[in-house]
Design a protein around this ligand. Structure first.
Ligand SMILES: Nc1ncnc2c1ncn2[C@@H]1O[C@H](COP(=O)(O)OP(=O)(O)OP(=O)(O)O)[C@@H](O)[C@H]1O
Ligand SMILES: [Mg+2]
Length: 471
């Protein structure tokens, strides 16, 4: 805005200056012509007796004696090519000054009849007119342009001053006005920022943030933006509430279903075991009973996992007690050694015991799931190295095996629910695909994270836990 205004001011000033200059010069030339006429008249009356072309009579008064001629007027008489009388009268001192040869040289060969501008050395710019008198003499009359220049300088100075003052004032008032006008927009932006900071992606979401009443006036553009944002926030809040209700229902359903399934599963398992123990069962029935038992066990594990996940999803608070990770890992490895005697189990613990705050049972479950995977998904003879380190406020637990690795296409979603490498769905394989999903849920509930990298001959799960979550 200031740039535009500056351009406009410069254009107006330049136009004013040009027009003024033109008017002033026209007026000046008029004055010059009047003076010239006056001098001619004086010359005619003073030199009436002189023959045309002859030199002026010695007692002829010089042209500078002409009455009504303004101060500093240059007056020259040229007869033929001879300069006869070249001078100016300084009315301030009353003295008559003669022009030097150098000054006169500039004035030779002036065109007749119309005014021109010349710079006379020592006197500055002059507006001059050369006129032929009746007796054939050329009389040059010149008026100093200094007063005109002074007026023009004055005009330029005033215009520059006014322009600069206008620009500064406009910049200040403009900035103030714009800032005041945009203040509601800043408040709307602040509202949007506050909404952006809310954790909307999961859990119970309250969206109480709204643009204040004063900024939703539909008569202003900013008010319309505020009102539109409020409407949008209302819709988002409704959508989030619907989403949350749906999720809660689903979680409740899977928790209830898992819970309800446990009792009949336990009964099936008990009856199958009882039946199998009957001594005179035909071999095929005994085999069927064993299958019933093993499948029931698999289903019980699956149902337990589902229930655990449903509980984790419902953001139930976990226990918040000191857990000695070193001992927890030692216990888990001991169990793994018994379950997988054909694997080589290595343990790498720091001298100092590592303690974090959290839920011991859940953390044990997470470590056990990783060890179980290292046992179940690798051939006998595989070496599994479990290492625990502590750096700063973070405990890092890694489970690395030199087994066949995880398939590249499975790796990106290995922590997703029901992601399994066993695509043949051989139920006898006995895995459900929930183990790593549970590990991830547990680690994240403790404020930590888990990564995996795997290639043939090395699969590493790296679990990082903050010593005190939330600190
Ligand atoms: N150490 C490992 N080596 C090779 N593959 C692995 C390893 N750990 C996990 N996997 C692959 O990742 C898949 C997902 O593991 P996850 O623990 O989630 O499920 P699962 O072991 O198949 O079933 P569940 O643990 O529920 O009994 C596994 O099916 C397996 O293919
Ligand atoms: Mg597993």
């Amino acid at each position: 805005m200031v740039c535009l205004l500056a351009a406009a001011c410069i254009a107006v000033s330049a136009t004013t200056f040009t027009v003024m200059h033109h008017l002033q010069i026209t007026q000046f030339d008029q004055e010059l012509k009047t003076t010239s006429t006056r001098v001619l008249h004086f010359d005619r009356t003073a030199g009436e007796n002189r023959a045309p072309g002859s030199p002026p009579v010695s007692n002829n008064p010089p042209l500078t004696n002409a009455p009504g001629v303004p101060a500093q007027t240059v007056l020259i008489r040229i007869i033929g090519s001879q300069v006869m009388d070249a001078g100016l009268r300084d009315w301030a001192t009353g003295a008559r000054q003669y022009l030097s040869a150098q000054q006169v040289a500039v004035l030779r060969g002036l065109p007749l009849g119309y005014p021109v501008t010349r710079d006379i050395p020592g006197l500055g710019d002059y507006r001059l007119i050369a006129v032929k008198a009746l007796d054939g003499d050329v009389i040059i009359t010149g008026l100093p342009l200094a007063p005109l220049h002074a007026a023009q300088y004055h005009l330029v100075a005033v215009e520059t001053g006014v322009t600069v003052a206008t620009l500064i004032l406009t910049a200040l008032l403009g900035a103030l006005t714009i800032r005041r006008t945009l203040r509601p927009l800043e408040r709307i932006a602040a509202t949007a920022r506050r909404v952006a900071e809310l954790p909307l992606h999961r859990g119970e979401v309250a969206l109480p943030v709204r643009v204040p009443e004063v900024d939703v006036d539909p008569r202003t553009e900013v008010g319309q933006v505020g009102a539109a944002l409020n409407r949008m926030l209302g819709h988002v809040a409704d959508a989030l509430a619907v989403r949350q209700a749906g999720e809660t229902r689903l979680r409740q359903f899977s928790a209830d279903a898992s819970h309800e399934l446990r009792t009949p599963l336990a009964a099936i398992r008990g009856y199958a075991e009882l039946t199998r123990r009957v001594s005179d069962l035909p071999p095929d029935v005994a085999h069927a009973m064993r299958r019933v038992e093993s499948e029931t066990e698999r289903m019980t594990n699956l149902v337990d996992d589902l229930l655990r996940l449903a509980r984790m999803d419902s953001d139930r608070p976990l226990a918040n007690e000191p857990v000695d990770l070193s001992w927890l890992v030692i216990d888990a490895i001991t169990d793994a050694r018994i379950a997988g005697p054909d694997h080589r189990w290595r343990l790498d613990l720091p001298e100092e015991s590592v303690t974090v705050t959290g839920d011991e049972a859940s953390l044990h479950q997470a470590v056990a799931n990783l060890l179980t995977n290292a046992r179940v998904h690798t051939p006998p003879g595989t070496t599994v190295t479990t290492a625990l380190t502590m750096s700063g406020d973070q405990a890092t637990l890694s489970v690395v095996d030199d087994g066949p690795g995880i398939r590249a296409d499975l790796l990106p979603q290995v922590f997703s629910r029901f992601a399994r490498g066993d695509t043949s769905r051989r139920h006898s394989a006995g895995t459900g695909g929930l183990g790593l999903a549970i590990v991830k849920a547990i680690v994240e509930a403790h404020g930590g994270n888990i990564d995996v990298n795997s290639r043939v001959g090395q699969t590493a799960f790296i679990m990082r836990l903050p010593v005190r979550p939330g600190v």
